[in-house]
Design a protein around this ligand. Sequence first.
Ligand code: PEP
Length: 254
Amino acid sequence: MRRSLVAGNWKMHGSRGANASLVSEILAAGHGDDGPEVLVCPPYPYLWEVGKALKDSGIALGAQDVCAEAVGAHTGEVSAAMLVDVGCTYAIVGHSERRALYAEDDQLVARKFVAAQREGLTPILCVGETLDEREAARTEQVVLRQLDAVIDVAGLDAFGKAVLAYEPVWAIGTGKNATPDQAQEVHSLLRRRLQQENATMSACLRILYGGSVKAANAAELFAMPDVDGGLVGGASLNGEEFRRICEAARQAGA
Ligand code: PEP
């Protein structure tokens, strides 16, 4: 039985004041052990303060990215060990905004995945196709290429301590989510890819859906058998929306 996960990706939003209000709303929602695991991923400068505010709440802290290198002359970068040091247990890798806007290729994403795991972080590997790729019927090819690039470097068993997120690029920040059937089709494809070689690990792997998840569509998405929660961008910045998304995951039988 997989415990679902609802992860809030705050992207480059927030301030110390706004974060304090959002965190107090999230804490007031009282996420317990009986529902989904809840995770928030603030921007780097706020990790420590948000982590302190979440202490003993059971809500996990994650980073939106991580450097592929362990230490040294990498101006502007943040290592996995630093993220662990400030209380992170998760790191998102391969978000489509990083791939598209910061030219991160499959190989770099794979190295980030390994760097995160080496320090004990759980990587959340994002995969997803653009609209052009979907319309050209290349969704399967693209997401499997992105997944296989990480398997090649990290090994298949590494997914025993990782989370996958299917995030169709055309659904991110657009208000147009994948339909539950579209999401299920890709989630099932990803799980079957891993199942071929390690059925137990594949059955335990959590696969999140991301792309315009909101309170109004979360229940139908989370009801799909291979959708194990959500990676939520815009809606995670609103405490009440986020609470309702977490509640939908709980109702779906997290
Ligand atoms: C994301 O940032 O990963 C995301 C899915 O964003 P949104 O929910 O705003 O589409």
